[in-house]
Design a protein around this ligand. Structure first.
Ligand code: PAF
Length: 289
């Protein structure tokens, strides 16, 4: 595995590979890697000749300085894991490389409701930061394909929207959420859970499955309230449990839409967990791998 810290060196290397006709797949990450990230790497390897992974803890997407400071940083372990899993190129840029003083990196794109609902309501500015860094990384790496996880539903939906609106020459592939055996969605934040909170954490998955099973039997309102209460009783402080249209991310009141998903965010102690599940998917939805 080759590791680069500067844009110039990375691009020089990738230009050589591109001139040999190799296709480039890209997995952007913030490090603290786990099997969920490795499933993105494996998907990338299935579709592309070269797998490029970036690790950059992007300050512009954190609206809480405590979260930014405590975000786990283990670059040595991460690099070992990536090398063991056959990654070709690791990009480990500094903040200056990503956001040079003389470069305008803010993306001028109105996300409308996509960034105000769910995560957007509780993390103002977060998705502008995500869009800014992903656009900058795409401009640097210029991959053929981009791989993101389903776990961040709103994130991949917004990046898909950006790719379409700006007509970026990259194909987005979304990789299904990887779960622990008890159903807890893998996340870098899981390692901060206390043993007690780790025990209750799978309740989130159980609630999502309940919503899926009962989509036709119960009203949307009943399902949302039931799941919020169930999480609260178990010891979480839920922020939202929403059933929404998968394209617009707007809450729905009846299960008539063709593409329906449920998403939740809940605090387990001082760790904020998110998860989602597709409850109904339209024919021909070919984002997922
Ligand atoms: O999902 C993440 O880890 C981050 O939001 C991403 C896509 C790497 C952008 O910083």
């Amino acid at each position: 595995m080759k590791t680069f810290q500067t844009v110039a060196e990375l691009q020089n290397h990738l230009d050589q590979l591109k001139s040999q006709g190799k296709s480039i797949g890209f997995v952007p990450t913030m490090g603290a890697l786990h099997s969920g990230h490795i499933s993105l790497v494996k998907a990338c390897q299935r579709y592309c000749d070269i797998t490029v992974v970036s690790i950059f803890v992007n300050p512009t997407q954190f609206n809480n300085s405590h979260d930014l400071e405590t975000y786990p940083r283990i670059p040595k372990e991460d690099a070992e894991l990536l090398a063991q899993n056959g990654v070709d190129v690791l990009f480990l840029p500094s903040e200056q490389e990503i956001y040079p003083k003389d470069l305008e990196t803010v993306v001028n794109l109105d996300l409308g409701n996509l960034e105000t609902v769910m995560e957007g309501e509780f993390r103002p500015g977060h998705f502008q930061g995500v869009m800014q860094v992903v656009k900058r990384l795409l401009d640097i790496v210029r991959p053929d394909q981009l791989f993101m996880g389903q776990k961040d539903f709103q994130q991949f939906t917004i990046i898909h929207f950006m790719i379409e609106k700006l007509q970026l020459p990259v194909k987005l592939r979304v990789v299904k959420t990887k779960r622990e055996e008890d159903g807890l969605a893998m996340s870098s934040r899981n390692r901060r859970l206390t043993p007690e909170n780790r025990k209750i954490a799978p309740e989130i998955y159980k609630c999502l499955k309940y919503a899926k099973r009962n989509l036709k039997q119960k009203s949307i309102h009943e399902l949302e309230n039931y799941c919020i209460e169930r999480l609260r009783k178990k010891g979480f402080e839920p922020e939202y449990f929403t059933i929404f249209d998968g394209n617009t991310l707007m809450p729905i009141t009846t299960p008539n839409d063709a593409y329906i998903a449920a998403a939740t965010a809940a605090w387990a102690g001082d760790v904020r967990l998110i998860d989602n599940m597709i409850l109904k998917s339209p024919r021909g939805l070919n984002l997922f791998v």
